[in-house]
Ligand binder design. Sequence first.
Ligand code: BGC
Length: 875
Amino acid sequence: MGLLHAADWRAEWLRVEEVTPEDAAQKPAPPKLSVISAVYGTHDNQRKFDVTEKVRESVASKGGVLMVQASNANFGDPAVGGGKRLEVVYEVAGKRYTVSAGEGMFVTASEPADAFEAPRVKRLQTPRYLRRDFSVADRPVRATLYATALGLYEMRLNGQRVGDALLTPEWTAYDKRVQVQAYDVTPLVRQGANALGALLGNGWYCGTVQCWPPQICLYGYEPRLKAQLEIECADGKRQIVATDDAWLGSLDGPLRFSGIYEGETYDARKEMDGWDAPGFKSDARWQPALIDRAAKAGALVWQRSEPICVTRELKPVAVTEPKPGVFVFDFGQNMVGWTRLNVRGAAGDTIELFYNEMLNPDGTVYRDNLHAGKMGKAQSQTVRYTLRGGADETYEPHFTYMGFRYVEVAGLKAKPDASLLTGRVFHTAFQQTGNFTCSDPQVTRLVENIQWSQRGNMMGIPTDCPQRDERAGWAGDAQFFMPTAVYNFDVAAFFSKWLFDMCQDSFVEGKGFADMAPYYGKLGAGNTGWGDAGVVCPYVLYRTYGDTRVIEAHYAKMKRHVLTLSSACTNSIRGPGAYGDWLNVGGGAKGEVCGTAYQVYLAELMAEMAAATGQGADAASFGAMAREARAAFRKAFFREDGSIAESSQTGYALAFTMGLVPEALRGKAAAKFKGEVERFKDCVATGFIGTPRLLTGLHAAGLDDAAYRMLLRREYPSWLYPVTLGATTIWERWDGWRPDKGFQDPNMNSFNHYAFGSCGHYLFECVGGIAALEPGYQTFTVAPVIGEGLEWAAASYDSIYGKIVSEWRKSGGKVQLKVVVPPNTRAVISLPAASAEQVLEGGVPLANAPGLSFLGAGDGHVRVHAGAGTYAFGF
Ligand code: BGC
């Protein structure tokens, strides 16, 4: 993927006029256009016709719109060939314009744009088909297609789909930046006749986006396409085919409707065979596409992250018939994407597919939780396909996605075969980097569930959920989950992209970073844990990959965020924030405790990031700010007995992971923390703010026994409770569904929300014990916590230097630990053994083991320094 240099763009934004009677009534009359002259003839002027009157008639018959085809048929020239053109001079509001087009093409008025302004009635637009023929004189040796849309597009070239990226150009604040995708299409372009085609849908640009209640047309009123094909031929000539006035558009194709939340409607009877191939004869279903110079689009930027692609297919594991004629396909896994339909039947039959995550007691698909605003559930996650009839038909949607494990199928004439539907899983196509398995299959499943929720909620941006009418770039969720996310998958590119959305495009003057990105001005900014993502996420990215560019890119905005919030504090105490410890079940902490803890943490991160980028003065002043805020926290909230005011598990988790506990109170505070764990009988009672730090907080407090007990707890509320109920992803709420109570509040009850999966990093960082010492893992620790309740654990992380492995197993009162340290890295390995004499490596005493040097022993641990290699410890 690359980017065409700004000066090399020849393409225009293209739109296809869709005027309903409703639009026509609302549309102001365009300024009057009068044709001054029109000439049709050969380029060499040998043949020339004055066609002014004919063009005037055409304009009059189209209600004042200039849109006329330069053709012999229109202008009565019997001489075929010779390459003619039409040139029209016209006037609007006292200004003259000249437009022209070659034979077969349309002349359209392109100025002033206002005369052709998009309809201003907000409604969902019909998907567009666009096409253009072109011919290539010589053999093409290289061809690159650059494409983007205000909306969503799929490009086609000579009858084939271009690339495999989905939902392009993905979601950004379109008024600020629009991503461009580049495709190598050399194998698709040929000498002679060619055709480019495009499908264009509303997407987030002018489709539905949740604004409490949902709204449409947030960025614009209709979708537009911009594309440029650059061809280099064997003879050295270059040819450009761009979106220009030679494109035709159709609103009458088979894709009848498409919406991110809503799904798609496709009528295969309307398919236009060959529309995307050369030689297609366009008919009345096609009209000239219009150049839109009024389109307001942000800067065209390259795509930083991996594209959204299908990464795996799932076959149904069961098909049931809960009601006569209603079939439910179970994919065995809550997934995000869509299904491929393979069907045969009669023309005009319509099949309806309803997608969601859980079942009703009667075995039909539960859909009440799709409804979270004004949009009815009947419009959510639904595919309607009308058959063309006769042969086997295959269909996959285009501009939507669904969160589902089950699909309810209606409209079939007979019981279907399982091959009717294939699950297609897609997301930003990052590589998996983390693996964790252990002796407790439910903990292993928990990690898989966390990873599935990450796949499902990283769709160009990190989302809260993938199914109901929300799917927003909630920054809090991303921030809470990020320390876990970076173990699971290589998210360097993904977060690099989103941090532009967050840090550059979602800064609200006077408030700091918005609570979500892309931000469309509808909700808050600067709220504890949410807006703070704009500082925390760049930091986690930097720590994981050791690349300071993320700091440099966003430093100024991060600094303003922290200064804005610190100046809003009263005596260094930050206010409560809008969401508090969201969805906690009694184990939270009051808003000021969370806010002030975050204020200390942000200042610490800024000090570290300033130092890492050579900004000494800032490092010092943020360091001072952190000290002041920490002192204020201690004074306001810590009591002599080690307790934290109005705090339960969350308050202690923050204090122990954010360096807030006074040294003198460590023991007492740890005892209070333990008390809060016991008060809830080892259950997890924290919300979004506390949960990511709960187990690592207990670890920092020296309470790994309690951490293990909480991790392994199966009763409600706990991480394993949903696993015992068959969950295959992380639920938004601890009690999304309970056998004794049924479903939680359908207005907000997602079964695929990664926020509570934010405990995952404890498994890699503490149970496996793999953690970076230096940003980027050139040095790291392997310090596994070998606790009660697990017999073995195997963790690995593919760092940017290579795979780090930590695998331990208890046997006969001893422990075997395998550690892999990749090339060009060094590790500090901490073994839970009383003395070096108790430890063997590769069967020999530590002192004789190659590659290791002894660092020290104490607190029940032996520490060694290890160079690259594979080690087998026994102790
Ligand atoms: C979302 C959350 C989000 C929250 C803000 C919810 O509707 O689903 O995950 O962080 O709003 O409190």
